[in-house]
Design a binder for this molecule. Structure first.
Ligand code: ADP
Length: 482
């Protein structure tokens, strides 16, 4: 791995503006999922180092929240510009530690940087309000104040964007943050910290602690100083962290698992639906929480859609993300591969047909063939669980009501997609889907100006958009006698 700026490859964690090792000097290796090769080494920290990071964030808080929004915005803007200026190196790091194709990694840098730009702008619009009083001798108003020290625990599938989507609104609002990146992808997080340092963010405003998830997470959730936890990851871990935050009544933003339906109605533009599904299903090799997990196709167009899809999926180039032309990288690790294989074996055992793919890729390692399954039913594991891999299972349905019922038959509610050219149906189905986000005739919905988040067991709160800032603000009500 070759970087233009070697200083972006860090081997220490970032606490209180300093680069630090673990107290006992322990470290762990970061590997490239495409080759299994070691690409870096970072500190294996635990509760003690985390407690120090929380202290640093707490100490930095008064000075940081006292700055005007315009002053904070100027520093965020500088951070944004540095991220953009180092896009190539950041993309190289993302591809090296998470495996996604370089073009996708560059897309992630642009997407992730956009949150910093957006919240630098939004910081200046944390408006309060005046409220018409109920008595002549009173004046009522609200102001918005930063919630305090925040914790961010982030996943490996978007090593950069999941950090900026949390940290940018937090620090724009006047909060300070302790970040725990995923153990698979700490290098991008530390490179971001390096650029935050260079941008002139004061010590303690942003801290990155790498190491043991249970110990670090335990300290972050138990601390009464930490007032907010933002987590993106599995519903299972989200549930656990929520319980751990209960004793100190922290505010929570949770972006958890999904089980996204992708519905193709018989009036859809089938070619557009195939292209939309390729984006929604196979992006990051199927490893995003908004990836289509269940493809519901109306009976009249089922065979035609399946054939068109299988032909396109069979042509997707698989390989290391750094190789030109590759659009499907490896799965993140052996556990990810095992889950995909288990879902596939279960579906086939219950009668599903493999239209293309269906096994480990000849490249070895954690590479898997992009797969399309037909004849899938609700009895199969793929109907209930997030596969998080390049497998598109095709279910058949007959009526609109049936499609809605099937789509909503899950405890998850993050993203849903559907293709239809009937404007009445677009509104009916868009409103009936129990999801936080719905893509209509598109497979790509995420951007910094729109609210990202789920309902049901997919999470709490919204990230990005004007609502993303609110997660990090408290409303204070002032009642004045005049
Ligand atoms: P995934 O299955 O995508 O790896 P996880 O929910 O396991 O999702 O991981 C998301 C983030 O949560 C990672 O940063 C991981 O280290 C962290 N994590 C996992 N388990 C715990 C835990 N018990 N306490 C705190 N953080 C955890």
């Amino acid at each position: 791995m070759q970087l233009n700026d070697p200083l972006l490859l860090r081997t220490s964690a970032y606490v209180d503006g300093r680069w630090e090792a673990a107290d006992d000097g322990a470290s762990f290796a970061v590997t490239d999922p495409a080759s299994g090769e070691k690409i870096g080494e970072v500190p294996q920290m635990g509760a003690r180092e985390t407690a120090r990071a929380i202290l640093a964030a707490d100490a930095a808080l008064p000075g940081w929240r006292a700055k005007t929004a315009k002053e904070r915005a100027a520093l965020l803007r500088r951070w944004f510009e540095l991220i953009v200026a180092h896009s190539d190196d950041l993309a190289t790091l993302i591809t090296a530690e998470c495996g996604k194709p370089l073009a996708e990694a560059k897309g992630e840098v642009a997407y992730g940087a956009a949150f910093v730009e957006w919240f630098a702008e939004e910081a200046k619009r944390a408006y309060g309000e005046t409220i018409p009083p109920v008595a002549g001798d009173k004046r009522l108003l609200t102001i918005k104040q930063p919630i305090g020290v925040c914790a961010a625990i982030t996943p490996w599938n978007f090593p950069l964007a999941m950090i900026t989507r949390k940290v940018a609104p937090a620090i724009a609002a006047g909060c300070t943050v302790v970040i725990k990146p995923a153990e698979q992808t700490p290098l991008t997080a530390l490179a971001l910290a390096r650029l935050a340092h260079e941008a002139g963010l004061p010590p303690g405003v942003v801290n990155v602690v790498t190491g043991d998830p249970v110990a670090i997470g335990g300290e972050l959730t138990a601390s009464p100083v930490v007032r907010h936890l933002s987590f993106t990851g599995s519903t299972e871990v989200g549930r656990l962290l929520m319980a751990q935050c209960a004793p100190t009544i922290k505010k929570l933003s949770l972006e958890l698992g999904g089980n996204a339906p992708f519905i193709v109605f018989d009036d859809a533009d089938l070619d557009a639906a195939v292209d939309g599904l390729i984006v929604a299903k196979y992006r990051n090799t199927g490893q995003t929480c908004v990836c289509a997990n269940r493809v519901l196709v109306q009976s009249g167009v089922y065979e035609e859609f399946a054939a068109k899809l299988a032909a396109k999926v069979a042509a997707l180039k698989v390989g290391p993300g750094s190789e030109p032309g590759v659009v499907q990288g490896p799965l993140i690790d052996a556990a990810g591969l095992a889950k995909v294989e288990a879902h596939l074996a279960d579906a086939v055992a219950h009668g599903a047909r493999v239209l293309t793919g269906g096994k480990r890729h000849a490249r070895g390692g954690t590479f898997f063939e992009p797969t399309v399954l037909a004849g899938v039913t609700h009895r199969m594991l793929v109907a209930r669980e997030e596969t998080f891999g390049p497998v598109a299972p095709l279910f058949a349905f007959d009526t609109e009501a049936q499609a809605i019922e099937m789509a909503n038959a899950t405890e998850f509610g993050l993203a849903a997609y559907f293709y239809s050219r009937d404007v009445g149906r677009v509104f009916r189905v868009g409103e009936a889907l129990e999801y936080g986000m719905v893509g209509v005739n598109t497979g790509l919905i995420s951007n910094e100006v729109a609210p990202f988040g789920g309902v049901k067991q997919s999470g709490i709160g919204r990230e990005g958009s004007k609502y993303g800032l609110e997660e990090y603000l408290e409303i204070k009500y002032l009642c004045l006698a005049v």
